[in-house]
Design a protein around this ligand. Sequence first.
Ligand code: FAD
Length: 330
Amino acid sequence: MSKNVFVIAEQRDGELQKVSTELIGKARELADDLGQEVYAILLGENVKAKADVLIHHGADKVIVVDHPLLKEYVTEPYAKSIYTIVERYDPEIVLFGATSIGRDLAPRLAARIHTGLTADCTGLAIDEETRLLRMTRPAFGGNLMATIVCQNFRPQMATVRPGVMTPMENDNDRKGEVIMEDVGLTDADMNVKIIEVAKEEKKKLDITEARVLVSGGRGLGGPEGFDLLAELAEAMEGEISSSRASVDAGWIEKARQVGQTGKTVRPDIYFALGISGAIQHLAGMEESGLIIAINKSDSAPIFDVADLGIVGDLNKVLPKLIEQYKKAKA
Ligand code: FAD
């Protein structure tokens, strides 16, 4: 009988990606509701040492496949490894990050295993009555939320956007089991030859990793408004992000958009400056630690989710705020 909640733990260059601990946090909740265990699958070369991190964040067992062919991500050896583990362990649920790797692997595995996949989920829960996994994701261009179940096939599989789920607190005393598995990889499984791995010079901007985000909306009045935001971001050691209106106006790049059709973020501090707080924007940031909003309209919906709100013209308020932060830092 299918049992246990599995998470595909993602690593790059031997470093665990944040989405792995986020998924384990959610898997822990689901497994506890089902009275089952959380397994993480960790693939790579010389990655065993990272298994403890997964256990400290909530995994009961970590299955490690350590092999030179898994050093760099290549679809086929990774797919074969996970497929073999799924065949051996018969999980009830398998979760992937909706990253470029997860988006490549999950549909291939779903087809090979012959089960369903719900991509890009923003919510996961166990149905109290049926004990099926309820997988929720935006549908019809984000105009409604669809909850999908996979009734007849196992495992139930989902990809989850990074930044959506909350990791558990790290607990160094947490104990678990590390299981080494051999999946019989051979050179015949490597259908591409890696000649060279070239890293991008500049680290790609990833607003989901920032502790402080200074986000600007249409209320900035133009692209030059972001110069002021950049000053605040620098003073706060944060990054700039934005609403969709600023992206659509061509004031800022799409990679910085927060919201339903942008990124889901959960920084410690989120500044919403000249942002009205449309539902599609809130969907991407309302779980932030502390939300500080400046808006000239006291009825802007952003104030419903803000912890601190300032009603005023940001062109007047922001320079004062920046001055104070700079003073406090000096
Ligand atoms: P506005 O709604 O125009 O708000 C501007 C705010 O600035 C107002 O509240 C105003 O009072 C204030 N303001 C103006 N001047 C000043 C000033 N001088 N000082 C202080 N305050 C001032 N939106 C997203 O952000 N992210 C998404 O991912 C996203 N996805 C979407 C998906 C779908 C399917 C749809 C239909 C919409 C989506 N939207 C998204 C768009 C969303 O509905 C809003 O249109 C958008 O968030 C509005 O951006 P805004 O708050 O910057 O602009």
